[in-house]
Design a protein around this ligand. Structure first.
Ligand SMILES: CC(C)(COP(=O)(O)OP(=O)(O)OC[C@H]1O[C@@H](n2cnc3c(N)ncnc32)[C@H](O)[C@@H]1OP(=O)(O)O)[C@@H](O)C(=O)NCCC(=O)NCCS
Length: 330
């Protein structure tokens, strides 16, 4: 299979402030034991009130550029995957483009919820087939704390803030994105959403009184969808690439709930030591979960050249997707 895009550098940024389960016990009717047992999360990072999505994205992008040994002017495109952009418009990617000084780069946002970074990888991979694009920055950046209802214990315990970035370039060798797949089932669009602020329910006193500007989720439905789809996509990607599950060196699922991840490990027969995790200390960072975990593993030099990484995401939309990556620069 021809490899079209390879990873040139990764980066991430996490805000300093930690919100632990014990902190949450003081603001909502919950407890540490319930959260750890039902989700696997112990703490999450929370951005300062004046921090925007673009601030986190910028920091992660700077680190990825440094790792890739590239300058901002080398970028042809910037894609920011996010649920929590700076504004409804313009795109957060444009704000990041200006701050980086990436004058040559086009810039747009991509909304695919927690699957956003996988979608961005898939889109970037196709752009890199064109002679006009050589280096693409993709970023998953989220300030989920800004859309959390900290009186709703069914959601506020799950999410955290952070950003992860990746620079992709053309590949003529054996390393890079082996294949990437994206999909959606829009019939589930009402299961996880921020109802207010868009054209359906524009911001108004009423929309605020009804708390429509906060994330709403039907947790059990998402749970069932996630456990099913992770296995389906993983098997499809492996079949398409002609690889067996035993050839996967690292499994990187979206970090939503440890029980979802453990169920996938069991059904796919992947040993627990192959899974990359940051859920315990970061919670669910939506589009940022996967790129942060990848960049952390890269920083720790866990990912040896030639290693096969299977990454799978799912989220609002409902969206889903996955990618197989052969790590390295060859
Ligand atoms: C949200 C989620 C953790 C809830 O876990 P669950 O085991 O399904 O729990 P339930 O919603 O069935 O609730 C079980 C009980 O715990 C209670 N509960 C819910 N949240 C609680 C909390 N934070 N603390 C204490 N108790 C809680 C419920 O009120 C319910 O009590 P009841 O039996 O008295 O009614 C789980 O459904 C989940 O992770 N879903 C997927 C979410 C997700 O991945 N979203 C992002 C997609 S990208």
């Amino acid at each position: 299979m021809q490899i079209k895009a390879k990873v040139l550098g990764t980066g991430y940024f996490l805000p300093d402030r930690i919100l632990s389960n014990h902190d949450l016990e003081k603001i909502v009717d919950t407890n540490n034991e319930w959260i750890v047992e039902r989700t696997g999360i112990r703490e999450r990072r929370i951005a300062e009130p004046d921090m925007r999505c673009s601030d986190l994205a910028y920091e992660a992008a700077q680190m990825a550029l440094k790792n890739a040994n590239l300058s901002p002017e080398d970028l042809d495109l910037i894609i920011v995957a996010t649920d929590t952009p700076d504004y409804m418009f313009p795109a957060t990617a444009c704000v990041v483009q200006a701050r980086l000084g990436a004058k040559k780069a086009g810039a747009f946002d991509l909304e695919a919820g927690c699957t956003g970074f996988i979608y961005a990888m898939s889109v970037a991979e196709k752009f890199l087939l064109s002679p006009d694009f050589n280096h693409i920055m993709i970023i998953g950046s989220e300030v989920m704390s800004k859309i959390m209802d900290y009186t709703d214990r069914g959601t506020c315990i799950l999410f955290g803030d952070g950003a992860g970035a990746m620079v992709l370039g053309k590949s003529a060798g054996t390393c890079g994105i082996v294949n990437a797949e994206i999909g959606a089932d829009g019939t589930g669009a009402g299961l996880l959403l921020q109802p207010g602020g868009g054209s359906a329910f524009p911001a108004s006193h009423e929309s605020i009184d009804k708390k429509l500007h906060y994330l709403k989720m039907s947790g059990n439905d998402i749970y069932k969808f996630a456990t099913r789809i992770i296995v389906e996509i993983s098997e499809r990607l492996l079949n398409k690439a002609g690889l067996g599950i035993e050839q996967v060196d690292f499994f990187l699922p979206h970090q939503a709930n440890i029980r979802i991840i453990n169920s996938a490990l069991k059904r796919l027969k992947i040993p627990a030591e192959k899974v990359l995790l940051n859920l315990e200390h970061c919670g669910n960072m939506s589009a940022a979960s996967i790129p942060v975990a990848l960049a952390q593993a890269d920083e720790k030099q866990l990912l040896k050249s030639g290693a096969i990484i299977l990454t799978v995401g799912f989220g609002t939309g409902l969206t889903y997707g996955g990618a197989l990556i052969r790590w390295g620069r060859d």
